[in-house]
Design a protein around this ligand. Structure first.
Ligand code: NAP
Length: 246
């Protein structure tokens, strides 16, 4: 472990992908980490085990972020176990793509429920309960900026998350709590790779000035910076971590 703090961080959607890398990094930074997941109990337990093996502190917590009561219970249990919460990383999200003409109600409703309402559910609890001086990091996407076909509903939820980020930063500033968002470009996770053939991946890679897809640790490093002591004056910002794609 590189440093020690008594601070507590909830990372939503931390069983896999970017969230798992964030949980690992924040534990290394000295945070006690609540590894939230929806269905992947085994992956979350394995991650907690590997964090503890490396000398960090973590517990897993099942909560579907789209369920306000489940999110409330997650904060209740973090407070009961650790005395309070300092950081919320609102990372959980899904990405289902379709042209608008082929988008059914189920895709629309599920994407809104998890990406937008799920983020809101976390923000509402955090706004009431985060300790003074805390940090919130939301998750947008660089698709807000690129606006490619088939991303309409996904991008709409993330544009809404960006709007809430700016507003909540103004609501919580007086308590020394910063609210920012990270907007990754393409990162090689299940969410991004699902359904894309090699030609599509090559085309996307060529769009990125730094010449490669993002890795989960690229994003975890950005989150580590935003929740760390050197970022106290960064507030209400959207950080596009994307190799320069937009
Ligand atoms: P991922 O590999 O598909 O992982 C998604 C994570 O979110 C999993 O841990 C999953 O938990 C969790 N999750 C999904 N629905 C949930 C729910 N209802 N409640 C709680 N947890 C839930 O995705 P990722 O690529 O790491 O993406 C993480 C975030 O980055 C998302 O907000 C995404 O929009 C954003 N992003 C990703 C990219 C990219 O290229 N990968 C680019 C821009 C933005 P279970 O395992 O339990 O299902």
């Amino acid at each position: 472990m590189s440093s020690s703090t008594n601070k507590v961080a909830i990372v939503t959607g931390a069983s896999r992908g970017i969230g798992a890398a964030i949980a690992t990094r924040l534990a290394k930074d000295g945070f006690t980490v609540i590894v939230n997941y929806a269905g992947s109990a085994g992956a979350a337990a394995k991650l907690v085990e590997s964090i503890e093996k490396a000398g960090g502190r973590a517990i897993s917590c099942q909560a579907d972020v789209s369920d306000p009561q489940a999110v409330k219970r997650m904060f209740d249990s973090a407070e009961a176990t650790y005395g309070g919460v300092d950081v919320l990383v609102n990372n959980a999200g899904i990405m289902k793509l379709a042209p608008v003409a082929q988008t059914d109600d189920a895709l629309f409703d599920q994407t809104i429920a998890i990406n937008l309402k799920g983020t809101f559910n976390g923000l509402r609890e955090a706004a009431k309960r985060l300790r003074d001086g805390g940090r919130i990091v939301n998750f947008s996407t660089s698709v807000v900026g690129l606006y490619q076909p088939t991303y309409a509903v996904y991008a709409a939820t993330k544009a809404a998350v960006e709007a809430m980020t700016h507003i909540l930063a103004k609501e919580l500033g007086s308590r020394g709590i910063t609210v920012n968002a990270v907007a990754p470009g393409p990162v090689a996770t299940e969410l991004f790779l699902d359904g894309k053939d090699q030609a599509t991946l090559d085309r996307i890679r060529q769009m990125i000035p730094l010449g490669r897809l993002g890795e989960v640790d690229d994003i975890a490093r950005a989150v580590s910076m935003l929740v760390g002591p050197d970022a106290g004056w960064i507030n209400g910002q959207i950080v596009r971590a994307n190799g320069g794609v937009v």
